[in-house]
Design a protein around this ligand. Structure first.
Ligand SMILES: *Cc1c(COP(=O)(O)O)cnc(C)c1O
Length: 401
């Protein structure tokens, strides 16, 4: 048997909706994208959503909307994908990479004060694998450091503190105390990339909490401007007979979502609860099997949160990188694709070149060195699941409790 790591869950319904769009005569940003935005907001329980070309674009445009740029600093954990950090570089600000706390997927928010100064404009927590960050602690951290915050524009003034922009690429549909992600951070950015829980092939979205003194429609318009050349009219409105006139208010960017993507997203959203439930079943099975081994795994359900079940991260206790890589190869020999989430940022050339050294990030390194991510996808059949479990039992037999 061959078990892929995370194939997309595409049905005839997606194909049907995409075909409709292709036949409709309007294929780029238009009614389907707008409808998808509306449905996303209903699902999450926020007022507005903006759909863009990727989570990376959503994060970058949010930093731009906030006016974060050269001279500013943004805090990001070492244990994440490059996109959480590269967007800080894109806007010309300085990434401040912080270690995670011991045996945790999160930064130690109680100990962040030493990284915060008058240049700090934002913090980017990451909901790893769909497990939701401790936003109570993050808010108390930014409140506690309010005195250090120096706003440089109107929107920063409205916040009067460091802005929390969540990299929630994994966490669509995850909950904390019964409330969905999107309602915690000031801005929450999701990914709909092909490997994510809900996919539009490529795509992303951002939602935000109401900001005092700022109209949500105005914020929405600003995102539209930023993501579509700074043009005062989108393509659909410009396309109307006689409505050619437009202005360009800034030399902005181009990262809009197309209606083809919006249509795929709508089809995915229709059955998203079922997709989440399938993930939960698989996770529970993995948990109960792995409880018999010398391993630890990322918790997908705690008293505080219920994750979106995006990634199954497990750690084989007391092994080094070489042994971990060996185990990965043995899974591969049996046709089971696994992965490592993540190689910490300070181990990557781009961030080494910025002066970061993994030696200063012992917790991230320890979380990484023995980590293996098991295949997890909503389309996984019972037979495939049984097969993966049998391979786990075979490959990990010397690590049995
Ligand atoms: C996938 C991913 C992203 C990037 O998402 P795109 O939609 O591909 O831009 C960002 N952060 C994390 C943690 C991710 O896993």
């Amino acid at each position: 048997m061959n078990i892929p790591f995370s194939p997309p869950d595409i049905t005839e319904r997606e194909i049907e909706l995409v075909s409709e769009v292709l036949r409709s005569g309007w294929v780029t940003t238009g009614p389907k994208t707008k409808e998808f935005e509306k449905k996303l907001a209903e699902y999450v329980g926020t007022e507005k959503f903006v759909c863009l070309g990727s989570a990376t674009a959503a994060m970058e445009m949010t930093l731009r909307l906030l006016g974060v740029g050269p001279g500013d600093e943004v805090i990001v954990p070492a244990y994440t994908y490059t996109a959480s950090c590269s967007v800080i570089c894109h806007v010309g600000a300085k990434p401040v990479i912080v270690d995670i706390s011991k045996d945790s997927f999160e930064m130690d928010y109680d100990a962040l004060d030493e990284y915060i100064n008058e240049h700090t404009k934002a913090i980017i927590p990451v909901d790893l694998g769909g497990a939701v960050c401790d936003f109570d602690k993050i808010y108390s951290c930014v409140e506690r450091n309010k005195d250090k915050f120096v706003p440089s524009n109107e929107i920063q003034k409205a916040f009067g503190r460091i802005v929390i922009m969540s990299d929630c690429a994994h966490g669509f549909g995850a909950e904390r105390n019964g409330v969905k992600t999107g309602n915690f951070a000031d801005f929450t950015c999701y990914s709909f990339h092909a490997v994510k829980n809900l996919t539009t092939v490529e795509g992303g979205a951002v939602t935000w909490r109401n900001i005092e003194g700022f109209d949500n429609e105005e914020i929405y318009r600003q995102y539209m401007n930023l993501s579509l050349h700074g043009q005062t009219k989108d393509a659909l409105n410009k396309n109307k007979a006689g409505a050619w006139e437009y202005d360009i208010v800034s030399p902005a960017y181009k990262c809009n979502m197309t209606d083809l993507q919006g249509a795929i997203g709508l089809a995915q959203l229709e059955r998203y609860e079922r997709m989440l439930n399938r993930r939960k079943t698989i996770i529970n099975r993995y948990n109960s099997v792995l409880d018999g081994y010398n391993v630890t795994y990322l918790k997908h359900k705690t008293e505080e949160y219920t994750s979106s079940g995006h990634l199954y991260l497990m750690h084989v206790n007391d092994i080094d990188e070489a042994e971990r890589n060996n185990i990965i190869n043995r899974f591969a020999e049996k046709g089971v694709a696994t992965n490592v989430h993540y190689k910490p940022l300070p181990m990557l050339t781009a961030y080494k070149n910025l002066g970061y050294d993994i030696k200063d990030f012992p917790n991230a390194f320890n979380y990484y060195k023995n980590e293996i991510t098991l295949p997890l996808y909503s389309k996984m059949t019972d037979e495939e699941l049984d097969y993966v479990v049998s391979v786990i039992e075979e490959v990990l037999k010397e690590y049995k409790k």
